[in-house]
Design a protein around this ligand. Structure first.
Ligand code: KIV
Length: 275
């Protein structure tokens, strides 16, 4: 590879070094055009398994496969130039043994070129994190509301309103950090729990429905762009992409029906010299 082609991206240790520093800006991306835009502003891009719902129309992340994650990870890696790219390990690809986790995580890294993976961390996960990290795979953990466990949790509700659950979330975050995670996503918990987690671990917390005091924030990009009418309470819509798309499609349909599209600007004609 020539020096010209060498892309200098944010690294996992650089993200860890931001603990307590400038807020870490993160968003999800699943395709190349979106990755190219968010890359300009983000420190970290997550190819989240939320793609099951926001791209593929699935009811949850449970139906997402490793092949789907790899395909979207490849698209994002072709466009992202500077952010750290993390790809989610989907449900069923890492829970049963550390060997399975390594086989699938290494496949994701080798086939996409991404720099790290994310796993949802229950109490069993610390062993997996240290096994992967010792073998060269940076891991971001995910505690609190863990969408892959929605059938056990009984849905997508915020977690940690009972003390026992709060203690369990904090313990999971500490175990994940001590096992070597370079950052921990904290999703759908009370602000008080999020702040306790941020104070308790020495790697950055990345909040989503958590607290403004987390070391960074992440949102699902189609949610924050306003692609959907219904979004969780913690999402702020920074755009209204659904209405913008609807309006553009309606204008197109009207012009096709009126034969005003294509107009002369959109048509090819013989060049003057052609006989
Ligand atoms: O899958 C995803 O997009 C995520 C974020 C919500 C953190 O895990």
């Amino acid at each position: 590879m020539s020096a010209q082609n060498f892309i200098r991206r944010m690294t996992a240790p650089q993200i860890t070094a931001r603990k307590g520093g400038d807020p870490i800006v993160c968003l999800t991306a699943y395709d190349a055009p979106t990755a190219a835009i968010v890359d300009e502003f983000c420190d970290l891009i997550l190819v989240g398994d939320s793609l099951g719902m926001v791209v593929h129309g699935l009811p949850s992340t449970v139906g997402v496969t490793l092949d789907m994650m790899i395909l979207h990870g490849q698209a994002v890696m072709r466009a992202a130039q500077k952010a750290l790219v993390v790809v989610d390990l989907p449900f069923g690809s890492y829970e049963d043994s550390v060997e399975t986790a390594f086989r699938n995580a290494s496949r994701v890294m080798m086939e996409t070129g991404c720099q790290a993976v994310k796993i949802e961390s229950g109490s069993y996960a610390a062993e997996t994190v240290s096994y992967l990290v010792e073998r060269g795979i940076p891991v971001m953990s995910h505690v609190g509301l863990r969408p892959q466990s929605m059938h056990v949790m009984g849905g997508f509700r915020a977690r940690g309103r009972k003390k026992t659950v709060a203690d369990e979330i904090i313990a999971n975050a500490i175990a994940a950090a001590e096992a070597g995670s370079f950052a921990v996503v904290v999703e759908g918990v009370s602000e008080e729990i999020a702040d306790k987690v941020t104070a308790a671990i020495d790697v950055p917390t990345i909040g989503i429905g958590a607290s403004a005091q987390c070391d960074g924030q992440i949102l699902v990009t189609p949610d924050m762009l306003g692609q959907f009418d219904r979004v969780p309470k913690f999402v702020k819509k920074y755009g209204n992409q659904r209405e913008a798309t609807r309006q553009a499609v309606a204008n197109y349909a009207e012009e096709v029906k009126a034969r005003s599209f294509p107009g002369s600007d959109n048509l090819y004609h013989f060049k003057k010299s052609v006989t």
